[in-house]
Design a protein around this ligand. Structure first.
Ligand SMILES: [Zn+2]
Length: 376
């Protein structure tokens, strides 16, 4: 008879929810260092009390990152997540902590304070029950994931290089699936310079930046290749001043998503090969593809199958899925570290007002984490 850790965490559920409430009620918008650090201190205290070694990585602008180590040995597993949220201070007034119909609501519940809590309770049980580890565990709790991990990317990559596997405790896909591939992507800005002229008197002397941009909007949309999993979308355009002046400036923001790393070069080359159509117009291409896709490699598949076995021991079937959105898992996978993402809570409403976690699924998810932490 296998021990069912799910039952163990079921018994601890009131304590788990109370801890989640504490985290959620300390609001942590990415841009507010003071607020984010307040929760950072609490998280550090919690893991320190378990006997972990804590490194606080100072950041001048965003919250300090937390690198937390437990166990020893030459090999390590990276456990990755973030405690910043997209929700501004005061969101709790409109979206208070609430338990209703088997769901727990509140800003940052699903994305992804619950994931940190899950990891903490899994580790706490490992320590209390003296379950041996195969590898050292290194938890990396990020503070600026929601704005693209600008200050943390270098730490995440460094840690991933040292790690056998990366487990990302971001929310599960809607049906509870793990995420075994993610698209990569980025943003380009196309700036067009033309020449201003009076639209009535000197039409021929002007170079219309909006007309020039229009040609490129059509061309860029055409770089999309659904079969390759590549999409480009011109999301915003700006330009011109008043209708009787030939506009001398226009620009567009372009969202790019790719499923295959090789597409990064193709799209970057195409963007930089854009040539002016109108004589006298000038193009400037800025931005680029900042995240490579998290591809489903053979090693990812092995890791997923292992997680599936662990879930079966707890009596449920784990499924997997590829998703469009990016996470810090794109960085760890880009370092060649087999990465399993979406190990966190089941729920819905990331970045939205109905953000929630499904309570029934919590004990099983923590049980799988415990099994992964101790078997990899
Ligand atoms: Zn997230």
């Amino acid at each position: 008879m296998t021990s069912k850790w799910t039952d163990h965490f079921q018994q601890q559920l009131p304590e788990i929810l109370e801890e989640l409430r504490t985290y959620v009620e300390i609001e942590t918008p990415t841009h507010n260092k003071q607020a984010v650090d307040q929760l950072g201190h609490l998280i550090a205290d919690r893991f320190r009390a378990l006997g972990c070694k804590i490194d606080t990585l100072y950041q001048p602008t965003y919250g300090d990152q937390l690198r937390i180590e437990y166990g020893d040995g030459p090999e390590q597993i990276m456990v990755l997540g973030h405690f910043d949220t997209v929700k501004e201070l005061g969101t709790l007034v409109q979206e208070p902590w609430k338990i209703e119909d088997g769901r727990v609501y509140g800003p940052g519940t699903y994305d992804m304070k619950a994931g940190i809590i899950f990891s903490y309770f899994a580790l706490k049980t490992i320590i209390e029950q003296q379950i041996p580890l195969q590898s050292k565990l290194v938890f990396f709790w990020n503070t600026d994931e929601e704005i693209g991990s600008v200050s943390s990317e270098k730490w995440i990559r460094e840690e991933a290089k040292r790690s056998k596997f990366a487990l990302v405790i971001e929310p599960a896909a809607g049906d509870g699936s793990l995420k075994t591939s993610r698209k990569g992507g980025g943003d380009f800005i196309l700036k067009v310079k033309g020449r201003a002229a009076h639209a009535g008197n000197d039409h021929a002397l002007g170079v219309n930046a909006i007309e020039e941009l229009a040609h490129h909007v059509i061309a860029i949309q055409g770089f999309t290749d659904y079969d390759a999993g590549t999409t480009l979308s011109v999301g915003t355009i700006r330009g011109g001043t008043v209708s009787n002046v030939v506009p001398d400036y226009a620009e567009a923001d372009i969202d790019v998503r790719i499923s295959a790393s090789s597409e990064a070069d193709r799209i970057t080359t195409l963007m930089h090969q854009l040539k002016p159509v109108l004589p006298g117009a000038q193009l400037i291409v800025e931005g680029g593809i900042t995240k490579h896709p998290m591809e489903r490699t053979a090693a990812t598949e092995q890791l997923f199958l292992h997680a599936q076995e662990q879930a079966l021991l707890e009596g449920f079937t784990l499924t997997e899925r590829g998703v469009g959105g990016t996470s810090d898992g794109n960085f760890t996978a880009d370092e060649g570290t087999p990465t399993l993402d979406g190990l966190g809570p089941v729920g819905d409403g990331a970045h939205a007002s109905h953000e929630h976690v499904v309570i029934e699924a919590i004990p099983g998810r923590i049980a799988v984490l415990l099994r992964l932490f101790t078997s990899l």
